[in-house]
Design a protein around this ligand. Sequence first.
Ligand code: S3P
Length: 179
Amino acid sequence: MAARRVFLVGFMGCGKSSFGRRLASELRWGLIDTDREIEHRAGMTIPEIFATQGEEAFRTLERQVIDDAAASEGDTVVALGGGAVCREGVMEALAAAGETIYIKMPTARLVGRMSAVGRARRPKIAGMGDAELAAFIEKTLPEREKFYNRANFVLDCGAASDGTLLRMMLQHIGNSNVK
Ligand code: S3P
């Protein structure tokens, strides 16, 4: 049987990595977290890549990691970085390789989920306070949703608990004809 793949997309802080870990463990599938894989290949952290090589170099590495994840062997959950799918063709390539899920979360919840340490690990929002981060999300999300909304399944999170959201994703994966 061909490898089954689920791709988790969405804005920073929506829980792609933590849901990815939990889904992979429930399904007993492999897990690729693109940010961690980029750091592994570069031998440095994401803030270090941005600081020493710039965002473009980061995006180039990210593209290679995504291409490899879309061709992964074995059933795999892939948690993608928030900007990874925000150019033409990526969502389509992922949909051709598996099932894409957009974890759509309200701004206030995204802000609440990202601690100061969590923000510091993300160069695009490092050092931002709550109000500044909320404004950044409100400005950036509409541009990014153009891509996120192309997912096969848009999981509108609202105030549902993480446990409920996990169950909804598992149900969707079980019901969908995951390639
Ligand atoms: C980014 C999101 C981050 C990481 C990098 C850039 C973005 O991933 O890839 O800091 O442009 O939205 P997370 O969405 O996992 O935080």
